[in-house]
Design a protein around this ligand. Sequence first.
Ligand SMILES: NC(=O)c1ccc[n+]([C@@H]2O[C@H](COP(=O)([O-])OP(=O)(O)OC[C@H]3O[C@@H](n4cnc5c(N)ncnc54)[C@H](OP(=O)(O)O)[C@@H]3O)[C@@H](O)[C@H]2O)c1
Length: 312
Amino acid sequence: MREKISRREATRLIGATAAGLLLPTGASRAQAKSESSTILTRAIPVSGEKLPIIGLGTWQTFDVDLAPPAIKPLEEVLSAFVKLGARVIDSSPMYGRSEQVIGDLVAKLEIRDSVFLATKVWIRGKQAGSDSMERSLARLQTKRVDLMQVHNLVDVTTQLATMRDWKAQGRIRYIGVTHYESGSYVEVEKVLQSEKLDFLQINYSIVEREAEQRILPLAQERGVAVIVNRPFGGGDLFGRVRGKPLPDWASDFDCRSWAQFLLKWIGANPAVTCAIPATNSPRHLEDNMQAGLGHLPDANTRQRMVEFVSSL
Ligand SMILES: NC(=O)c1ccc[n+]([C@@H]2O[C@H](COP(=O)([O-])OP(=O)(O)OC[C@H]3O[C@@H](n4cnc5c(N)ncnc54)[C@H](OP(=O)(O)O)[C@@H]3O)[C@@H](O)[C@H]2O)c1
């Protein structure tokens, strides 16, 4: 991660510059500009490969007709997503036409090398799991998927065994498991302890913070990358903040919207590798991507953010 400087420090430097004491060179100005326009990344613990901290979920939003009126905004979403430097796209055979829509658009836009495709297996039985993964790769139009996850831990031991075989054959790059509700954390914890995983995908947001207690520390301890689902509480969080002004101190960490406030709060947790907000709106996509730029809130500010949202 880039080094952060505090607002006070930034103000001091700007003041010094204005007084002619610290004139930035052309090179350092260019560097500052490029740093603030480059999406922040975190390393996958098992490999060191870096992923941008903001990705894209596709539940509901990508389950659409392949005809132009529905597909056009999604094409714009994916095109902007890649142009803005993001990579992780999450799907599942459980998400209706999502995998097929992603596969078609990735092929049409010729962006396979720029994206990190994550999908899931959500079925019982060894053969059924293998067949499901074959269908996912076919729909995604790829010979090798970046991440395969056991959706909601369904038949987890069986599916992980197959996924390890596929990984050895080079058809899957990373393996993981997912869940989305705290009632299942005991089971998630057991799997994290007993299996060697590359990734965990779990729900975490400013109003769903239970993963902080045991799941995120355990993932860190076990060297497991964390993808955060439901970063906006499935969208419910917007009902809470809509029409309310951002606190003026949000600009301290380069935050200009509620979506950025909620995503930066997640991205600032060092246990998190990437958050995957879902949207079918190009405007919302651009907003969400801004959360991956500039400064992130420090620990004290994150606490202040929790209190602020709780008070609304
Ligand atoms: N068990 C699992 O594996 C599991 C469970 C849950 C989720 N997931 C994954 O995680 C992803 C994210 O979770 P989620 O889809 O449940 O919910 P979410 O990302 O928390 O919220 C999505 C909602 O937020 C809205 N939204 C997005 N950006 C916005 C913005 N900038 N301003 C205003 N509204 C905005 C979207 O509407 P618009 O389309 O109008 O922007 C959509 O209704 C899923 O899509 C899926 O890929 C996995």
